[in-house]
Design a protein around this ligand. Sequence first.
Ligand SMILES: Cc1cc2nc3c(=O)[nH]c(=O)nc-3n(C[C@H](O)[C@H](O)[C@H](O)COP(=O)(O)OP(=O)(O)OC[C@H]3O[C@@H](n4cnc5c(N)ncnc54)[C@H](O)[C@@H]3O)c2cc1C
Length: 433
Amino acid sequence: MKKICVLGTGMAGWGAAHHLRMAGETPVLFDKKDHYGGHTASFLREGQFTFDEGPHVSFTSHERLQKLFAEQIDQKYETLHTKVNNYWRGHWVKHPAQINLYGLPPQTIIDVIRDFVEAQNKQHGEIVNYEQWLRASFGHTFAEQFPMDYTIKYHTTEAKNMSLDWIGPRLYQCKLEEVLRGALLPATPDVHYISGFRYPSHGGFVSYLRRFMDSSDVRLSHSLESIDPKAKQVRFKNGVSVPYDGLVSSVPLPDLIPAIQGAPREVREAAARLSCSEVVIVNLVVDRRDLVDAHWTYIYDRDVFFTRVSTPHLQSPHNVPPGCGSLQAECYYSKKYRPLDRTPDECIEPTIRDLKKIGVLRETDRILYRETMHIDYANVIFDLERADALAIVHGYLDELGIAYCGRYGDWKYIWTDESFISGESAAEKILGR
Ligand SMILES: Cc1cc2nc3c(=O)[nH]c(=O)nc-3n(C[C@H](O)[C@H](O)[C@H](O)COP(=O)(O)OP(=O)(O)OC[C@H]3O[C@@H](n4cnc5c(N)ncnc54)[C@H](O)[C@@H]3O)c2cc1C
C-alpha cells in the first residue's frame, strides 16, 4: 500500500481519491478550508437558505458519472430543462443572442445581419486571438456589442488579449438561416450546449460529495506550506508534516509552485504569469419567487455592476423556504486586469441597485438575507501568455512526479465532471498505469 496524499477536496480531489480507493489504496485528503468540496461546497444559511459557492449545476454527458453522482444522493435529484437568458441594453434576449434578435432595435438587427453576411463571405487571414475569431464568426456589430463587452465583464480583459483554445461549444456558431429566423420570429429552438441539468434535491451541490468525503480520511484546515520533492514530504501551515509515496494536487498552480522547495526561478516566474479571475458572489433571498424565469442570465451592459445572475430556488425548491426566491449575482475581478477595488460586502449595494435597474428586483421586495462569498480562483483567463507559461510549469511538475489535476492544476476552463475525470487521470499516474 502506498502513502498517497491528495491536496484538495473538490471535484478533482474526489475523482482522484475515488479512483485510488477503487484501486485498493487508502489516500488521505487535505484541504486548507474547514469544509470539503472546494467550489462545489454548499452552505446552509440561517437554517433555511442553501447557497453553493457560486451557481453549480451538473450537466455531465458521461453516463458513468451521471450514475455515480446519482448514487451518492440515492437518486434524489431535480432534472431541469435549462433556461438561459441574456440582458442587453434593456432587452431580455433568449440565449444565444445571435439567433434570437427578435424585438431588438431594427437598426441593430439590420447592422448585425449585414455584418454577419459580410463576415461569412469574406476571407479571413490567420486568426490568432479571440477578437478576430468573434469578428470572423459573427461580424463586427454583434462581436462588438455582445461578446466583446461580455468578455471584459467576465474574463476581465479584452478579447484581443485572449487565445482561442477555450472556446469549444461555449459560443454557438450559427447559420444565416438561424439568424434570420431568430430576427423574424419570437420563438426559436433551444440550442444551448447545456440543454438540461441535474441538481441534488436537498443540501445543495455538495451533496454529491458528502457520502464519499464522510467515509474518507479527510484532514481539513491543512493549508499547504511546502513540498520537499526530494524527501517526499508535504508540510502544512499548522505544523503537520506528512511523508508521501504519491502526491496528487488540485491546488492552484500559482500557489503550488512557490511551495515547492528548490523550484527554479524560471518555473516560479512562469507560474506567476498564469492569470485567473476572482469573483464576488452576492447572495440574496427575497420574499417572492417570480424573479427571473431563467436559471442564469448573462448581463452584457458595462454599466450594470454584475456579470451573471442565477436563481438557486429554481435549481431545487428546497434551496429556500416556500414563497421565497434566491439570487446569486457574480461580479468578476482579476489581480492582473481588474483588481478588486472594494471589500466583497461593498458589492452588495451596487448589485441590489442594478438588480432594480434591470427589473429583477422591485422597490417593494423584502430582502430576507444578504451576504457575499469571495472566490479567489474563479475562471482561468486564457490570455496570450497562458500556453507558454503553462508548458513550463507542467513540464516541471511532470519531472517531479507530482500529479496535478482539476481546474487549477490543469489550468483549464473545465467543469465539475471534467475536474473529476482529471482527478482520476492524476490518480492513474500515481498508480503508475
Ligand atoms: C462561479 C462558478 C460557477 C461554476 N458553475 C459550474 C456549473 O454550474 N457546473 C459545472 O460543472 N462547473 C461549474 N463551475 C466549475 C467547477 O466549479 C469546477 O470545474 C470544479 O469545481 C473544480 O474542481 P477542482 O477540484 O478542480 O477545484 P476546487 O473546487 O477549487 O478544489 C481545489 C481545492 O483545493 C483546496 N486548496 C487550494 N489551495 C490549497 C492549499 N494551499 N492547501 C490545501 N488545500 C488547498 C481548496 O480549498 C479546494 O478545496 C463553476 C465555477 C465557478 C467559479
